[in-house]
Ligand binder design. Structure first.
Ligand SMILES: [Zn+2]
Length: 256
């Protein structure tokens, strides 16, 4: 086989893995965001409940104040009992007290109601705080795992890039440029094996004449359809990464 072709097949091994790592890395911010969503949602709900709690506390203060003003008022009315002269004045006095007491009953009900709502609000807030704490702990663990994954991928990536560069240095510049252009156009998959008379890149049938030339392996030949650089499978290549196609990426992992 043309040694440059052999280099290209090797180079593609690195590129496919680099491409795969970059794909995984692109998803990580989204994965972090998804992992954080439950705790953000709980924090938002907790804020609404706390705001409602503050409003209830204010309502409690003002209704208690109204009640004490009313109690004061009743006390004053009662204090006027000795000043009453006539029966008519006395009847009016009783009526006034009755009215004031009715109002006081309503105010007491309002205070009780606000106390009940406040109690429920505090219970809800406590429960949500507990849920939020758990969600935040879970998110912290998931985030840590994802960050570890990022570090591992980064390490592997820089090692692959180093090997890639080392490899590329030994190659013919023109061939390398041709490969790089194809690589960009074909999402990292620029060198394709001929399998069962077809190009493993585009899966189209290759003319027998071209197959014969590829088999000889003297020149770098392109698929007439997808323009990938073609190579013939040799027994030693059987377990090579270079067999991999983007749809075979899982296989690439197995073979590593
Ligand atoms: Zn093709």
């Amino acid at each position: 086989m043309n040694p440059q072709l052999q280099f290209l097949i090797e180079l593609q091994k690195f590129d496919l893995r680099i491409f795969e790592i970059q794909e995984q890395q692109q998803h990580i911010p989204e994965l972090i965001k998804t992992a954080q969503a439950p705790s953000l949602e709980l924090a938002h709900r907790l804020k609404l409940i706390k705001d409602a709690g503050e409003a209830l506390t204010k309502e409690r203060r003002s209704s208690e104040q109204e009640l004490s003003v009313q109690e004061e008022h009743i006390h004053k009315i009662r204090g006027r009992l000795n000043e009453l002269k006539t029966n008519k004045e006395y009847q009016a006095h009783l009526f006034e007290i009755e009215l004031a007491r009715k109002k006081k009953d309503l105010l007491e009900e309002a205070v009780l109601s606000v106390l009940e709502r406040l109690e429920q609000n505090e219970k809800d807030a406590k429960e949500l705080e507990e849920n939020l704490r758990e969600a935040e702990e879970k998110f912290a663990r998931e985030k840590e795992q994802l960050e570890t994954q990022v570090n591992t991928l980064n390490q592997e990536l820089s090692e692959l890039e180093r090997q890639h560069q080392e490899h590329a240095r030994q190659m013919d510049a023109k061939i390398l440029a041709r490969y790089s252009k194809l690589k960009t156009a074909r999402k990292g998959f620029a060198v394709a094996q001929v399998r069962n008379g077809t190009c493993s890149g585009c899966r189209l049938q290759i003319p027998p004449q071209l197959i014969a030339e590829v088999k000889r392996g003297d020149d770098l030949l392109n698929c007439s359809y997808c323009h990938r650089i073609l190579y013939w499978e040799t027994p030693s290549d059987k377990s090579s990464w270079a067999e991999a196609t983007p749809v075979d990426l899982e296989r690439v992992d197995e073979l590593r």
